[in-house]
Design a protein around this ligand. Structure first.
Ligand code: DSN
Length: 451
């Protein structure tokens, strides 16, 4: 009998083929990338940098890593005299940590984007009660916010905050901010207070390489990115920095934080970077944005509150409070209907991270499958039909019984767990959702996964 894990991989392949993957940080990679990631390169230790390794047998490894570095600079139109690159970070969080560890002293100040306004945990998330991330335990972190009305950044306000807080590092980027960042302005603010500026472009890297979004170069001192989102590579990360910061960042990665680089991943990243030069990739980048804008437009017409009034990128964020339903219910019901997106916090959220008020959706995978505006209209209709079908639902955090029991620990957890189980049972038997899932499957069959 076939190995259990291999059976599960086949099952997952089928799930991906039959559903609409709309989590904006996910993507389908290329067959050649999968071949590289599963290759013999995974057998090799290559601690150090090309030409300066600690182990023997690295003649091929050196060429793989050097080629990946060259392609990374080329993808963003950069010159190796001015910019340095490290392709070894295992993923986005270690890449960001390596930058802080490389260029900051313990206790230095970081000014970063507020998580519920679209920022990222790895930028030092903490609450007034708790230092949640390791980063917030080591460095002093303060957050900047979106304007409560427009839900976009007010750069004058960020400038005032920076002048007062005097950070050593300003960070932009995150997971749920649908608008382009003004990199030039943030770089100017950083310079005026003597801070470094780091742009984390994990979400937008592919859109930037494809020319559909503005580039943080040459403004940022350091740019970090993951490689598996819009860039369409394997899970990994890249750091590109001004040449004078490279040695500190290289040392921070190894021996500071990591051991042997994952050469098989680096090879996969190189293949994905090479693809960014093709006309097909540029079309994909522009169409991804067009598809997201179309979704935002159709949902706005249907009276959804699209955060910031639209999108410049691959993602759309809805605030569901005007529909009186928590993102938790909607995300589970949509999954039952074959549409996979995630519940998300929104600016000024009155819910909690587990039961947030928002819903986040992305278009990279749909675009890779060849879907265009016409399909976005259909998907917006299905999303609306599912939400209307559910009707208003008390947000779990607002139900008096749950709120009261929340204070009593175990009883609260049990009540919420019962609520979740009951809802999942309810949607399991739901014919309406099942019927949409069959239509979704038909659409997926018309747009098979390439490769
Ligand atoms: N978890 C990723 C996202 O979904 O945006 C970011 O790390």
């Amino acid at each position: 009998m076939e190995n259990k894990i291999l059976q599960l991989i086949k099952k997952e392949e089928q799930r991906q083929a039959d559903t609409l993957m709309m989590i904006p940080s996910e993507n389908y990679t290329y067959p050649e990338v999968r071949q590289a990631v599963g290759s013999v390169l995974m057998h090799k230790y290559a601690e150090g940098q090309p030409g300066r390794r600690y182990y023997q047998g690295n003649s091929v490894a050196d060429q793989v890593e050097s080629e990946c570095e060259r392609l990374a600079l080329e993808a963003f139109g950069l010159n190796s005299d001015q910019w340095g690159v490290n392709v070894q970070p295992y993923s986005g969080c270690p890449a960001n940590l390596a930058v802080y560890n490389g260029i900051l002293d313990i206790g230095d100040r970081i000014l970063a984007m507020y998580l519920p306004d679209g920022g990222h945990l790895s930028h030092g998330w903490q609450t007034p009660e708790k230092k949640i991330t390791f980063v917030s335990k080591i460095w002093q972190v303060e957050f900047y916010h979106v304007d409560p009305k427009t839900r976009v950044f007010d750069y004058d306000q960020i400038e005032k905050q920076a002048l007062k807080f005097k950070p050593k590092l300003i960070i932009s980027g995150g997971t749920a901010y649908p608008r382009e960042i003004d990199y030039q302005r943030l770089s100017g603010i950083a310079k005026s207070v003597g801070a470094y500026y780091m742009a984390d472009i994990a979400h937008e890297a592919g859109l930037i390489a494809g020319g559909a979004n503005k580039s943080p170069f040459p403004y940022a001192d350091v740019v970090t990115m993951t490689t598996h989102k819009t860039l369409r590579g394997p899970r990994g990360a890249i750091i590109i920095c001004k040449k004078e910061l490279l040695e500190a960042i290289d040392q921070s990665i190894f021996p500071g934080l990591q051991g042997g680089p994952h050469l098989h991943t680096i090879a996969g990243i190189a293949i994905a970077l090479e693809k960014t030069k093709t006309p097909e990739f540029k079309n994909y980048a522009f169409q991804t944005v067009k598809n997201a804008q179309r979704l935002a437009q159709r949902l706005t017409i249907k009276d959804y509150d699209v955060v910031s009034g639209g999108t410049d990128k691959h993602l759309v964020l809805l605030d569901l409070r005007n529909k009186n339903i928590s993102g938790w219910f909607v995300a589970w019901a949509l999954e039952k209907a074959g549409i996979i997106m995630n519940r998300n916090t929104v600016p000024n959220d009155t819910g909690s991270p587990f039961y947030p008020s928002g819903l986040r959706m992305g278009t990279p995978v749909l675009t890779v499958r060849g879907m265009r505006e016409k399909e976005m209209d259909l998907i917006a209709r299905w999303i609306d039909e599912v939400i209307q079908h559910l009707g208003p639902r008390e947000m779990p955090e607002k139900q008096p019984a749950l709120l009261a029991s929340r204070r009593s620990g175990r009883r609260g957890r049990e009540a919420r767990s019962k609520m979740r189980e009951e809802f999942k049972k309810e949607i399991e038997k739901d014919e309406f959702l099942n019927n949409i899932s069959l239509q979704v499957k038909d659409l997926c069959n018309k747009f098979p996964i390439p490769g």
